[in-house]
Design a protein around this ligand. Structure first.
Ligand code: GLC
Length: 818
């Protein structure tokens, strides 16, 4: 009897989700079931080749090695010999990469799969996999063979991979983790979670980006573990010489991405998962948000204040209170009696309106969205066919299954009314998905998963991504091919193809300013370059100094938006008094001056797959000790910043990489390769421009497009040797750039002892409105006697601020200054 009770107790325990984490390790003597043990691959006995795939088997389990390109090789494991369908939400559809050549050699103890750059070595004795370069340097190798455990509760397997970790190896990546930049010594899990007021090192957070970069002896490689189940990464935390990653289901399927530069790894990761499309120009201006601006008079007043105070701003946000009882796609007509008129008036004043849309649909038989979803069976259901119901802002809700293409299509069309009202952008939130009380959906909720089917355990981490994908697709159609602007809180690898992201509900503390700086760099090297924090902190109250320092960092955040919780005091740039307002204004103006530079960095991200933010350690990979300076980063290729992170800080030590650097505010030259102490009065922050760069600048505008640019200012920073710069311009709105309607200018600056030569060539079909450049020379170390443009002499003029410049036709090819 006692034994029976015990059995029942154990059986019911097995069914609770909480126990699942542990249960697979339990060898239960009472139930008399076989121990659930880890199983390892054995000796490969044969293999077959199928084009660029090689399938090995040990008689039962199979391993597939597929060569995607000379630098990217995928490894898959099928414990029982048959692979799952080869489908991934992360990998972009039109993947167009191929190896130039590859071959398989067999030696006495290994199979060697070789591309022109990488050797994948498969040990015959035990199936251990290693990746080397063609010189034989090992970049990454299995510590023990891939292994698995049966998942008795759900079917499928827990799959594991364990790599050897050299003493000097450091790790980057994993998306939005709130930890130090180097992930070594820590264990992380990926399970998209609504984490209001998260802490330093809290894990998991909102996003799942199972991609990391390892750097050892100055050389980098990447691992992308493309598995949507709950995944884990242990970076030499449990044992100092091992790094493991594993999952609670799905396949062991990972891509090895060769470097040796971190930049190459990130670019190749983008080759697999895509880049962010060019955002509309207004999306990279300054955005003002809070929970919530209402009623209409309040929104109008905010807009009025921006223009009155001449603080640039491109977008105002409406958080959930604009809706009728939090019903998505409706308006609260008491607060917003005529939204179309309000949005049109705002637009006439240069403001775009962005609105919040959540996934929870109120269970209300009189609400058209609920009716349509119900009628068409678009809402998620539990394992036993009951609807998945949970409480969110509107009360009792049901949730669309965005993993069903039909549901995505429908959801996309729901934006019609908002688009007709003039809404310019959409902010998708609570899409982890978040459910009050229980956190998220139970594991048994069923998903369509593009026809491949799966439980919520498999679909959880891609739910938010599929929601914003449907938003993006819907807006793209409804806005007649204008570039959509979307922002999402939850994400999986590849979300950059559809959206920008923010880091969720942070706190108004100095510590969180620092966490945000780490998160944005990490997101950027994890493929999500269009990212931002809630400037000022979502919850809690910043003082004027913290708010202002955060605003300064915000200028160098790809997405620049102030946002705060419903119960906080005012958070507009003027809310902290005139002293802080003046500094915030000057920094927001700086953002607008730098817009053409920032836009060009977005282009380099989109076309050349370069992350927008780059940790300082990435700039000089052989000097990994720079990882200590984790708050310093490059913003695009030519600007380096080190935000101020402490109250009352008068100065800070900044390390500058090799080469000369100009302090932005007064053009003083600092030598790189060493540290400098830089004054940090409140109205300044350490901003440096690389010698040899060409930085385009716009005049300050109150919103993008306010002024026509009749000539483009180019600041040419003298530097010895050669530097390349790009300036990208288009009309800022449609996808015409996909048909080459853009202008991409390449400048090469060559500085000698007595000369400076700037050459230009251009790509693309776009003809800007301006005809001339106004060129400002900065830091030329010799007396300028003659300036020649394509053989014709030009003369220096003084501008209204008494700064010397000269004008040249924008088509110039060669500028010689001597
Ligand atoms: C969530 C979001 C936050 C938003 C709030 C109300 O907490 O993260 O940005 O303001 O919901 O919609």
């Amino acid at each position: 009897m006692a034994e029976l009770d015990k059995k029942e107790e154990l059986a019911s325990e097995i069914l609770t989700e909480e126990s699942l984490d542990n249960i697979h390790h339990v060898n239960n003597p009472v139930l008399d079931v076989p121990a659930i043990e880890k199983k390892y691959l054995g000796t490969p006995t044969s293999y077959v080749k199928d084009s660029n795939r090689f399938i090995f088997t040990d008689g039962k389990a199979s391993v597939e090695i597929k060569v995607f390109s000379d630098e990217i090789i995928r490894v898959r494991l099928a414990p029982q010999g048959s692979f799952l369908d080869d489908f991934s939400y992360a990998i972009k559809k039109d993947l167009d990469i191929h190896p130039t050549s590859f071959s398989l050699e067999e030696t006495a103890d290994a199979y060697l799969l070789k591309t022109s750059l990488v050797v994948c070595r498969l040990q015959k004795a035990d199936f251990r996999v290693a990746f080397e370069d063609v010189q034989g340097k090992v970049f990454n190798e299995d510590h023990k063979p891939m292994h698995w455990e049966e998942n008795v509760d759900y079917g499928g397997y827990y799959v594991y991979c364990t790599k050897t970790t050299p003493d000097d190896e450091v790790f980057f990546g994993l998306g939005d983790k709130s930890s130090n930049l180097n992930l070594r010594g820590r264990r992380f899990s990926n399970w998209n979670s609504d984490t209001y007021g998260f802490a330093f090192n809290q894990d998991p957070l909102y996003k799942t980006i199972p991609f990391y970069i390892g750097v050892t002896a100055g050389d980098a490689y990447g691992i992308f573990f493309d598995n949507t189940f709950k995944t884990y990464f242990d970076f030499a935390a449990e044992e100092n010489d091992k790094t493991s990653y594993w999952s609670e289901g799905g396949e062991m399927q990972y891509y090895y991405i060769h470097g040796p530069q971190m930049m190459d790894v990130v670019k190749r990761y983008h080759e697999l998962t895509g880049t962010h499309f060019m955002p509309p120009l207004w999306a990279i201006g300054y955005h003002q948000c809070r929970w919530s601006y209402y009623p209409e008079s309040n929104v109008r007043e905010i807009a009025k204040q921006f223009r009155k105070r001449q603080i640039p701003c491109d977008a105002l946000y409406l958080d959930i209170d604009y809706m009728d009882g939090y019903r998505c796609f409706t308006w609260n007509k008491r607060y917003f009696p005529d939204p179309k008129k309000m949005i049109a008036d705002l637009a006439a004043d240069g403001f775009k309106t962005v609105v919040m849309i959540d996934p929870g649909i109120k269970v209300d038989e009189d609400y058209w969205v609920f009716q349509e979803g119900k009628e068409n069976k678009y809402f998620c259901r539990r394992g036993d066919d009951y609807f998945m119901e949970g409480y969110v802002w509107p009360g009792r809700c049901q949730f669309p299954d965005y993993t069903n293409p039909k549901v995505r299509e429908w959801w996309g069309t729901l934006y019609r009314g908002l688009v007709e009202d003039g809404v310019a952008g959409v902010w998708n939130d609570m899409n982890e998905p978040a459910v009050f009380g229980r956190g998220t959906f139970p594991g048994d909720v069923r998903h369509h998963y593009e026809g491949y089917r799966g439980s919520h355990r498999k679909a959880h981490n891609i739910y938010g991504m599929q929601m914003v994908r449907s938003t993006y697709d819907g807006l793209k159609k409804l806005q007649r091919n204008k570039r959509p602007f979307t922002i999402t809180r939850a994400a999986y690898a590849g979300t950059q193809r559809y959206s920008s992201v923010w880091t969720g509900d942070n706190i108004a503390t100095w510590e969180h300013l620092r966490i945000g700086i780490l998160q944005l760099q990490r997101l950027s090297v994890s493929g999500l370059s269009f990212c931002g924090t809630d400037i000022g902190g979502f919850t809690g109250e910043p003082d004027g100094e913290l708010y202002t320092r955060w605003m300064q960092f915000g200028v160098f955040s790809p997405f620049m938006r102030v946002h705060s919780a419903g119960d906080t005091r005012d958070r507009e740039p003027w809310s902290f008094g005139p002293e802080w307002e003046a500094i915030c204004k000057s920094f927001i103006e700086l953002r607008y001056k730098l817009l053409p530079y920032i836009y060009s960095a977005f282009w380099r991200q989109h076309k050349y797959r370069e992350p927008i933010l780059r940790p300082i350690a990435m700039l000089e990979q052989k000097k990994m000790q720079n990882l200590q300076r984790e708050e310093e980063f490059a913003f695009g290729h030519h600007i380096l910043v080190s935000p101020v992170l402490n109250p009352g800080q008068q100065s800070k030590i900044v390390y500058l990489p090799e080469g000369d650097w100009y302090y932005y505010f007064d053009n003083t030259i600092y030598a790189g390769g060493k540290e400098h102490q830089i004054d940090t009065p409140l109205e300044k922050m350490p901003i440096f421009v690389r010698a040899g760069s060409v930085i385009p600048e716009y005049p300050v505008m109150q919103y993008t497009g306010e002024k026509n640019i009749d000539c483009l200012r180019l600041n040419v920073y003298y530097g010895e040797g050669r530097q390349d710069s790009d300036v990208y311009i288009d009309h800022g709105e449609t996808f015409a750039y996909e048909q080459s309607v853009y202008s991409e200018k390449h400048f090469i600056v060559e500085g000698g002892k007595q000369s400076l030569i700037v050459t230009q060539n251009q790509e693309g079909l776009y003809n800007e409105r301006f005809d001339t450049y106004k060129i400002y020379l900065i830091g030329v170390p010799f007396d300028v006697n003659k300036i020649e443009v394509d053989g014709v002499i030009v003369h220096i003029t003084m501008d209204e601020d008494n700064s010397p410049y000269f004008s040249v036709e924008k088509e110039f090819r060669k500028l010689t200054i001597g």
